[in-house]
Design a protein around this ligand. Structure first.
Ligand SMILES: Nc1ncnc2c1ncn2[C@@H]1O[C@H](COP(=O)(O)OP(=O)(O)OP(=O)(O)O)[C@@H](O)[C@H]1O
Ligand SMILES: [Mg+2]
Length: 350
């Protein structure tokens, strides 16, 4: 993998802008998501603070079920019925949770865009690729049908799709997975959004196509100063394409900071455990699985949600929930972060 060693990482580290800087595009403060019937609400996401600035790429990483997709759906106001968001979510300083229907429609069609995990599920097999790509921008009056088709063809060429004019007439089943995912990127970029949510955009693709697609997303967002919230369970992949990382566990962020710092020197035991249990493509390393199983936010007790799986747990960890707090160059939610720092150094590669 290519470690991100950029020095241009914004000081916000995915949480807040520095004094004098323009406001973050997207800002989430104390965001929670709950689900279920009124008498039995369950927490899915808890107390998340996160921000993405223009041109900034933020990675949201965590195991399956940690609440990544729910957080994105909350930010797009796309939560299913009986699932509600709380806290503050703002876009360019405007409250997303308070948007009227009209404001919401403008927000979803012009300000933000989502690249889905599964391109086949996001397309209608009975509609052509051309219809899929162009109908939203035409319906919202942003472009005429002809302008939309021309812009789609230009974008297709930029993301490496051959014969773009012909592609517009094809149906989704006629395209390979990699080609269809490129179409998803074209669809997301067509309205020229300011912020792109990419929810596991390459999970359905093989490794070679995966890195090509990621390179395209990275290049296009950087070129157009588009903010990127990249969601993945793959820490290596997220580290390769983001400026800052937020690591989620049991519905909340447990560590957040500049990607190269978090990746090279994790300060939360969960981040360190994630790094220790992934295979290295270049060297033979001892893999250390994380004991136990991930828990959902509503299953966590009063203390640290990671306590049952952590080798550093004390009585305090079991009874008192740690909150994100500044520690040197980042934010970390661990009572013992200072004491255990040396023990969290990434395992030696033999
Ligand atoms: N409609 C729903 N109603 C209630 N709970 C739900 C609903 N959809 C998902 N959940 C629960 O919310 C939690 C978080 O789910 P989410 O899809 O956000 O996880 P994720 O981190 O995106 O996982 P993955 O990596 O598998 O995509 C899970 O425990 C899931 O079971
Ligand atoms: Mg998900």
């Amino acid at each position: 993998m290519t470690e991100n060693t950029s020095n241009s990482t914004p000081q916000s580290y995915g949480t807040a802008t520095t004094a004098g800087a323009p406001p973050a595009l997207l800002r989430m403060q104390a965001v929670g998501v709950t689900a279920g019937p009124r008498h039995d609400r369950k927490a899915i996401v808890r107390d998340v603070d996160l921000a993405v600035g223009a041109g900034e790429s933020v990675g949201l990483v965590g195991e399956s079920g940690s609440g990544k997709s729910m957080l994105v759906k909350a930010a797009m106001r796309l939560l299913p019925s009986r699932v509600d968001a709380s806290g503050d979510i703002s876009f360019e300083g405007r409250p997303v949770l308070g948007f009227s229907r009209r404001e919401l429609s403008a927000y979803r069609s012009r300000d933000v865009a989502l690249i889905h995990q599964d391109p086949r599920a996001a397309t209608n097999p009975l509609r052509t690729v051309g219809d899929f790509l162009t109908e939203q921008v035409v319906a919202t009056g942003q472009l005429t049908r002809r302008e939309a088709a021309e812009k789609a063809c230009a974008l297709m060429e930029e993301v490496g799709v051959t014969e773009p004019g012909h592609r517009l007439t094809q149906y989704p089943h006629e395209l390979s997975g990699g080609l269809l995912q490129r179409m998803m990127i074209v669809a997301a970029l067509l309205p020229s959004p300011k912020l792109l949510f990419a929810d596991e955009p390459t999970t359905a693709l093989d490794v070679t196509v995966q890195s090509e697609v990621m390179a395209i997303i990275k290049e296009r967002t950087a070129q157009d100063n588009v903010g990127l919230l990249f969601i993945s369970h793959d820490l290596d992949l997220a580290a390769a394409v983001t400026d800052s990382l937020a690591v989620m566990y049991a519905g909340t962020v447990v560590e957040r900071g500049a990607t190269n710092r978090v990746y090279s020197r994790p300060r939360h035991p969960y981040t360190a455990a994630l790094l220790a249990c992934r295979p290295s493509p270049t060297a033979v390393a001892r893999l250390t699985p994380i004991p136990g199983r991930p828990v959902a936010a509503f299953e966590a007790g009063p203390g640290c949600a990671f306590a049952d799986r952590c080798r550093f747990t004390t009585d305090q960890c079991r009874i008192q929930r740690p909150h994100l707090r500044p520690l040197e160059d980042r934010m970390v939610a661990c009572h013992r972060a200072e004491e255990i720092a040396d023990a969290l150094e990434p395992a030696e590669v033999s």
